[in-house]
Design a protein around this ligand. Sequence first.
Ligand code: 4NP
Length: 158
Amino acid sequence: MRVLFVCLGNICRSPTAEGMLRRQLEEAGLADRIEVDSCGIGSWHAGKAPDVRAQAAAASRGLDISAQRARQLEDDDFIRYDYLLAMDHDNLAALEARRPGGVEAHLGLFLAFAGLPERAVPDPYYGGDEGFETVLDLVEAASNGLVAELRRRLERDA
Ligand code: 4NP
C-alpha cells in the first residue's frame, strides 16, 4: 500500500507527516508493507530540503527529515498511491481538481484520522516557531490514527 502526503510547498507540513508516519510504521512493524512519500501542489521549492524550522522541530522529537527533497504533485501520483492525504482544505481542493477520471485512490484530509476537532494542519511557513510545534502535535495524532487504519486494511485484505 502507498501513502502520499500533500501540502502546498512540500517543505514544512507534508515532509513532517512523511517522517512521522515512517517512524510510526517502523514501530508498528509495518514499514515494509507501506510506501510513504510527500509532495507539494506548487513547484517553488522542488529539489529543496525541508525548511530549517521544520527540520529543527522534527529533530526536537527525534525525527530526522533532513534527507527529504521537495517535489511537485504529478498526474501519475493518482495512479500510484492508495491514499493522497492533504494537509488543508485548499490542498484537497487542488487534488480533487486534478484527479483524473476513474481514479479509485482515497483523497482526503490527513487530520480526518486524528480523532480531533481540527480538520486542517495550519500552514506554518509565514509564522513563528510555535506553528511548527502545532504541526508536529497534529501530525503525530493523525499519523497514529492512520497507522491503525492501515493495519485494519492490511488485515482485511490479507
Ligand atoms: P508547506 O508550507 O505547504 O507546509 O510546505 C509552505 C511552504 C512554502 C510556501 C507556502 C507554504 N510558499 O509560499 O513558498
